[in-house]
Design a protein around this ligand. Structure first.
Ligand SMILES: [Mn+2]
Length: 163
């Protein structure tokens, strides 16, 4: 029987977590939360709020954090890389970080830092930037996050969602 893993991806909350709790009111039956950095000390807020696995990485504003700079793991058959992105100059574009992901054989790349949501799917690499739930910078400036669905048949679909 086919199974589905649903992942909620957030980033750049900067210690303002009201919109995260709004996401929890909207989203049900997810299996994992991933935070792409700039948590700013709210790590326990996330891990205590949900009963599922939570993965977080360190952002450029997480000065005293014990979080890792990067995480690599599998979701189903998909190899995932999570990093904040500032080490790969994502403010200038995502060419460098995508090249790194391809070199590592990554299937799904997640980063933040720009506060601008983005989903790309090219040549077998899915790239996700959930934007920011707190300080959105894209046109219209709606707080955003992403949902990722990984199916047991190998299919993966990501979408940007707005509050
Ligand atoms: Mn940020």
């Amino acid at each position: 029987m086919e199974s589905r893993t649903k992942v909620i991806i957030i980033s750049d909350t900067h210690r303002q977590n009201d919109n995260f709790f709004k996401v929890l009111e909207v989203e049900k039956d997810f299996d994992m939360i991933i935070h792409c950095g700039d948590v700013e000390g709210s790590e326990l807020t996330y891990t205590r709020a949900v009963n599922c696995r939570v993965e977080m990485v360190m952002g450029n504003n997480d000065f005293f954090s014990a979080l890792p700079r990067e995480r690599e793991f599998y979701i189903g058959s998909k190899k995932v890389l999570v990093t904040h992105g500032h080490d790969y100059y994502v403010s200038m574009g995502n060419g460098i970080i995508k090249a790194e992901a391809r070199a590592r054989g990554i299937d799904i790349l997640m980063y933040g830092h720009t506060h601008k949501p983005l989903v790309e799917n090219e040549g077998g690499l899915i790239t996700i930037n959930p934007g920011s739930l707190t300080y959105p910078r894209q046109e219209g400036r709606r707080p955003s996050y992403a949902a990722l669905y990984v199916y047991s048949d190998g299919e993966a679909i990501a979408e940007i969602k707005y509050l």
